[in-house]
Design a binder for this molecule. Structure first.
Ligand code: ADP
Ligand code: MG
Length: 209
């Protein structure tokens, strides 16, 4: 996997978030302020406009560009959270020309670390980290078994999907959904859903070299 594949991944995220914008906003209308789809689509439309310029960058530069673009274009909580995630993901790939399975795990680790550093959420609080934490754990397990990029990313995406579904019965204690207290129970977290879509897109790109 090279910078070209990172660019394919970012393009697929932009397509996927465009297709799912209404779905994400519906999820956010149940426990938030009905803007998560709009926020993510706005951010990745701005990222899409920068894909041609990323051709001249390396993987680290492309991911850092995503981070700064999300921070500057997305108004909601998800902008700085995903922005920090992509900035840190780029940081760990500095100087690398291609991505190994170990680099992929380091990238996911930094991605999640950025969200935790920024949002101070813990697992079980009904946020994006409830998709990303099991995804990282599964990716690490797969790496330890010597799995390929395709397998590591697929296992991460499956675990993210499980983690996303597991947010349904959770009580939100971080972000806007926490204002609803018990009424947040029974709804899937929008941010956990966008995190799953981002990792599913990565698995698709890793499976089609
Ligand atoms: P806003 O809440 O400002 O309207 P969005 O609707 O774009 O922003 O994003 C909402 C999502 O952000 C939530 O579904 C949740 O997953 C995530 N989120 C909110 N606060 C935090 C936090 N402190 N840590 C991690 N994720 C968070
Ligand atoms: Mg919102």
């Amino acid at each position: 996997m090279t910078n070209q594949d990172i660019i394919r991944w970012l393009g697929l995220i932009a397509d996927t978030l465009h297709e799912n914008a209404q779905y994400l906003t519906e999820l956010d209308s149940a426990i938030g302020d009905a803007d998560h789809g709009t926020n993510m689509e706005r951010g990745f439309t701005a990222v899409r406009a920068k894909l041609p310029a990323m051709e001249a960058m390396d993987m680290a530069g492309s991911l850092r560009t995503v981070g700064s673009t999300l921070v500057s274009t997305v108004g909601g909580a998800s902008g700085p959270l995903y922005g920090t995630a992509f900035l840190r993901a780029g940081g760990v790939l500095t100087g690398k020309e291609s991505l190994t399975p170990a680099d992929l795990v380091a990238m996911l680790d930094a991605f999640l670390g950025g969200i935790v550093a920024r949002g101070k959420a813990h697992p079980g609080e009904k946020t994006m980290i409830d998709a990303l934490t099991p995804a990282l754990a599964s990716a690490k397990e797969a790496l330890a078994e010597g799995a390929s990029l395709a397998v590591v990313s697929t296992r991460a995406a499956s675990a993210a999907e499980e983690g996303m579904k597991a947010t349904i019965p959770m009580l939100a204690t971080k972000g806007r959904a926490s204002y609803l207290a018990e009424r947040s129970i029974g709804h899937q977290d929008p941010g956990a859903t966008s995190s799953w879509l981002i990792l599913r897109s990565l698995a698709v790109v890793c499976a089609q070299p």
